[in-house]
Design a protein around this ligand. Structure first.
Ligand SMILES: *[C@@H]1O[C@H](CO)[C@@H](O)[C@H](O)[C@H]1NC(C)=O
Ligand SMILES: *[C@@H]1O[C@H](CO)[C@@H](O)[C@H](O)[C@H]1NC(C)=O
Ligand SMILES: *[C@@H]1O[C@H](CO)[C@@H](O)[C@H](O)[C@H]1NC(C)=O
Ligand SMILES: *[C@@H]1O[C@H](CO)[C@@H](O)[C@H](O)[C@H]1NC(C)=O
Ligand SMILES: *[C@@H]1O[C@H](CO)[C@@H](O)[C@H](O)[C@H]1NC(C)=O
Ligand SMILES: *[C@@H]1O[C@H](CO)[C@@H](O)[C@H](O)[C@H]1NC(C)=O
Ligand SMILES: *[C@@H]1O[C@H](CO)[C@@H](O)[C@H](O)[C@H]1NC(C)=O
Ligand SMILES: *[C@@H]1O[C@H](CO)[C@@H](O)[C@H](O)[C@H]1NC(C)=O
Ligand SMILES: *[C@@H]1O[C@H](CO)[C@@H](O)[C@H](O)[C@H]1NC(C)=O
Ligand SMILES: *[C@@H]1O[C@H](CO)[C@@H](O)[C@H](O)[C@H]1NC(C)=O
Ligand SMILES: *[C@@H]1O[C@H](CO)[C@@H](O)[C@H](O)[C@H]1NC(C)=O
Ligand SMILES: *[C@@H]1O[C@H](CO)[C@@H](O)[C@H](O)[C@H]1NC(C)=O
Length: 786
């Protein structure tokens, strides 16, 4: 299985489907010379036309994937040949109408809508704009006449921005199998009738504004999948709900449900495979020994319920057979549940952000993600006996002692190791001495000493190395330049010293580097031109699809990566203040060079001007001399430039005014002279950008230049800021692929932009390999973070 997949918006899939249907249609035409296309019934045709005429088309949202199907309908042709219309081959009766993503705007009224077509079996009106629903009996509601569709099996009204309530009661819909109303603006209480429709298997009401508790369910049906996540529902889950005994997947996350979760009650849902209750207000103790009786349970997501805890009766001889995922982050767990040790299928365990105390010794192994608790003590040697945990995340605890040697060896084989923010001491062990699978290594914010282990040269796949805030004492690790994948190198605030003497090196060197942070060390000497000439990935922007392909090769599951990246952060200067940027948001696009707070001297190399994708350049607090190279004016992506506290002289090159994305500029405390250039961004910087350069004159300084140069410029004209890095990712994704909703996948990070993973899940289930769905489902709980 390809562990990384590219998922695009449903529209693109629809486009593919549309393409297929066009092809199918052509084939149909050639066959039709043998067998005539059935003629559609006149009453169906007139109902369609009437519907078409009550709708308008919003061409402004026309794009490669949404197009106005109804505008191609030709009254003088057989309606069975119209786009989106499917007829029975024998009788000519219309059984399917697919007008999803057809740019329709209007209201669905009981009389004009396709709800009149009683023979319809499949109706898909997703992704239009039926917001303007009519007012019925004083309030907006979806027409109860949908109940007239007694033959319908598939009904999709998702993504229409309906600002309406559910009809209070609907009869009919006796055959409805799959019902999608997700991603609208449905308001009001949730009525119980959908849970009583006799044939219903799939119900998606997620991402609306539904309120209230769930009504008592009088006559529970045999629904298997229910999604109510991302609503405003509250109250307790009534016991009648647990009579939906056929449930396989239940997602109530991101609501405000409360009340005691009784483990025994959940046992009634004996087929349950996936239970997602995260981000609510549930309380109580989840008895894992009781839940282990749910033999098919494979995913349990309960994170972000701050009153919920775990318990297990260790006297009971029970075990989870199929449990793969247990997310219990940010709850109130105080003890590690022993039953999990025998859960042989468990692969994803998140107990981070709880209140688990004590020594890690007690639990030996099996847990990989215990970050952000209050673990103390040393890592116990039995952890070496874990077999190939892809991720080891012990970050943000109080773990001390040395880092065990085994963690760096092949028998361990981790791809991601995150030990950041602990109190580990001693030398870094020999990572990659006998294997090369490591991709990310975060050891920052510890008390590590000594030189870097030379074995790191063997980490052929290493992408991310964060060693910031330790006491490492070494010269510049020029030999890391041979690592072909290294994208992020962070050595800030250590005791690195000496020259960046890279000139004799075999090229390419550091050719994948996008973020290099050497700040706060004791480096000195002149910056070698060759160092910058070699930074190929800062010269050429790479596109996302390249990154995706790369990630594919790594075979790292995105879920793992997502969790990890969530916790690993890089500090960079962004918009005037030191801000913690999450690595997840920065890696693929963000680029930075920070050499500040060292003792570098000599000229700033012209060659930096070749790094055209650079966004942040900080060379402050060094001893650079000479002029500011005019070539810096070529760094057209630059958003932040700090050259302060050096010995730079000469004038500010006018070429700098080409930097139209520049938001932060600091030249203060140098020996610069002459007029400050004006134009573009330069009209927006204030005095503090130039402090401590006695020879500078002109706007914004009060000191006038002798010849009238640098006088006050016209009203500042500022280009629109690019916004946050996150927004930029969105933009890039959209530009690159024309997908409104995207899972941007690169190096194992995921960006949900307007995020409707339910759709993805469904699409995947239908059109992609089934086992790929698993991790997509799991991502859901994370979305609210982004
Ligand atoms: C509608 O179909 C008829 C008969 O095939 C054709 O003559 C006419 O041009 C079509 N009209 C449009 C607007 O395509
Ligand atoms: C359709 O449904 C409405 C409301 O439920 C009902 O009043 C009407 O009689 C139904 N029409 C038909 C043709 O069944
Ligand atoms: C959620 O419910 C609790 C009481 O259970 C209430 O205090 C809180 O304000 C509610 N939050 C929201 C966002 O409605
Ligand atoms: C569990 O899953 C298996 C295999 O998919 C299925 O046969 C069985 O009916 C499910 N339910 C229970 C309660 O075991
Ligand atoms: C628990 O189950 C295991 C294996 O099924 C068995 O060997 C053991 O004797 C059982 N222990 C108790 C206390 O029932
Ligand atoms: C961890 O310990 C710190 C300091 O001892 C305390 O402030 C914090 O509340 C503890 N956190 C948890 C989750 O127990
Ligand atoms: C690892 O497991 C083996 C047996 O599987 C055992 O002999 C050894 O002591 C264990 N090592 C540690 C460090 O626990
Ligand atoms: C790199 O790996 C090879 C083969 O596993 C090994 O022989 C060599 O000692 C390693 N180099 C370092 C510096 O550890
Ligand atoms: C760094 O290590 C060298 C020996 O390798 C030692 O002489 C020097 O004092 C150390 N520097 C610091 C700042 O610890
Ligand atoms: C690079 O400089 C360091 C000291 O800064 C020195 O130890 C090392 O030998 C130099 N290497 C080369 C190739 O010049
Ligand atoms: C980033 O900076 C903030 C504020 O200065 C600090 O709290 C945080 O620990 C730093 N994070 C890293 C990874 O250095
Ligand atoms: C909910 O739906 C709206 C569109 O109706 C979309 O913009 C938003 O991103 C969705 N939110 C989630 C959490 O899926």
């Amino acid at each position: 299985m390809g562990k990384f997949i590219w998922l695009c918006q449903i529209r693109s899939l629809l486009l593919v489907l549309f393409f297929l249907s066009v092809v199918g249609c052509c084939l149909g035409l050639s066959i039709s010379s043998l067998k005539p296309t059935p003629l559609c019934l006149p009453e169906d045709a007139s109902a369609f036309l009437q519907f078409k005429n009550t709708m308008s088309i919003d061409y402004s949202s026309y794009d490669s994937s949404c197009y106005p199907k109804t505008s191609y309908w030709n009254e003088s042709t057989n309606c069975c040949s119209w786009k989106g219309v499917n007829c029975d081959k024998a009788s000519g009766q219309v059984f399917g109408l697919d007008l999803s993503c057809s740019l329709l705007v209007g209201s669905l009224s009981p009389n004009t809508s396709p709800f009149r077509l009683q023979g319809l079996k499949r109706l898909n009106l997703a992704s239009n704009d039926f917001n303007a629903s009519p007012i019925q009996s004083g309030f907006r509601s979806i027409p109860a006449s949908i109940g007239n569709l007694t033959k319908i099996t598939f009904l999709d009204l998702s993504l229409n921005e309906f600002e309406a309530s559910l009809p209070t009661h609907v009869t009919g819909l006796q055959n409805l199998n799959e019902f999608f109303l997700n991603d609208n603006s449905l308001t009001g209480g949730i009525t119980s009738w959908p849970f009583t429709l006799p044939s219903l298997k799939y119900l998606d009401l997620s991402n609306n504004s539904l309120t209230g508790p769930i009504d008592k369910i009088q006559k529970p049906n045999s629904v298997q999948e229910v999604y109510l996540a991302y609503n405003h529902m509250h109250g307790e889950i009534q016991s009648s709900f647990f009579n939906l005994a056929n449930l396989i997947e239940l997602d109530l996350s991101s609501n405000n449900f409360s009340g005691l979760i009784k483990s025994d009650m959940l046992l009634k849902l004996k087929n349950l495979e996936t239970l997602v209750l995260s981000s609510n207000n549930f309380n109580g103790a989840i008895k894992l020994d009781v839940l282990s009786k749910l033999k098919n349970l494979s995913m349990l997501e309960l994170s972000h319920n701050k009153l919920l805890s775990l318990s297990s009766d260790d006297g009971v001889n029970s075990t989870f057979q199929k449990l793969e995922t247990l997310y219990f982050s940010s709850c109130n767990v105080q003890q590690f549940p022993n039953i999990l040790r025998s859960a042989k299928s468990l692969r994803y365990l998140d107990l981070s952000n709880n209140a688990i105390k004590g020594s890690i010794f007690k639990w030996e192994s099996e847990e990989f993600w215990i970050s952000n608790n209050n673990f103390t003590g040393e890592i116990p040697p039995p952890i070496c006996n874990l077999t190939f945990p892809q991720i080891l995340d012990l970050s943000r605890n109080y773990l001390g002692g040395i880092i065990l040697k085994c963690l760096g060896s092949s028998s361990y084989g981790s791809r991601i190791i995150n030990l950041q923010k602990n109190i580990f001491k001693g030398k870094i062990p020999d990572f990659c001495a006998d294997y090369n699978g490591l991709i990310n290594l975060a050891l920052n914010d510890n008390q590590l000493e000594g030189p870097l282990p030379r074995s790191l040269i063997n980490c052929t796949f290493l992408k991310f190395l964060n060693l910031a805030n330790n006491k490492l004492n070494d010269t510049f690790p020029r030999w890391l330049g041979a690592l072909p994948a290294l994208q992020v190198l962070i050595l800030r605030f250590n005791r690195f010293h000496g020259l960046l003497n890279i000139s004799g090196d075999i090229r390419p060197s550091f050719s994948s580097l996008q973020i290099v942070d050497l700040s706060g060390n004791e480096f000195n000497g002149v910056l070698p031109t060759t160092f910058f000439q070699n930074l190929n990935s800062l010269k050429h922007a790479r596109n996302l699809s390249e990154l995706v392909q790369e990630s594919d090769k790594e075979g790292l599951t995105p879920l793992y990566a997502l969790h990890f990246y969530d916790q690993v952060s890089v500090n960079v200067t962004w918009k005037k203040s030191e801000m913690e940027l999450e690595y997840i948001r920065t890696l693929p696009i963000f680029t930075a060079i920070d050499f500040s707070n060292n003792r570098f001297s000599g000229k700033i190399p012209e060659a930096i001007g070749e790094l055209r994708t650079l966004e942040v350049l900080n060379l402050s607090h060094n001893s650079f001399t000479g002029n500011i190279p005019p070539s810096l004016g070529n760094l057209v992506e630059l958003e932040s430039l700090d050259l302060s506290s050096n010995n730079l002289s000469g004038e500010i090159p006018f070429q700098m005014t080409k930097l139209t994305f520049l938001e932060v500029l600091t030249f203060s405390h140098n020996n610069l002279v002459g007029p400050i250039p004006h134009g573009n961004q330069f009209n927006t910087f204030e005095n503090d950008s130039y402090y401590g350069n006695l020879g500078l004159c002109g706007f914004p300084l009060t000191k006038q230049c002798g010849n009238g140069e640098g006088s006050k410029p016209p009203a500042p004209k500022r280009k629109e800021a690019k916004g946050s890095p996150v927004a930029f990712i969105w933009k890039l994704v959209m530009m690159g692929y024309g997908c409104g909703v995207v899972l941007g996948l690169s190096t194992g990070y995921l960006v949900f932009t307007t995020g409707r993973p339910w759709w993805f899940v469904r699409m995947v289930e239908r059109y992609w390999k089934p086992n790929v769905t698993r991790w997509i489902c799991r991502i859901r709980g994370k979305r609210n973070k982004h």
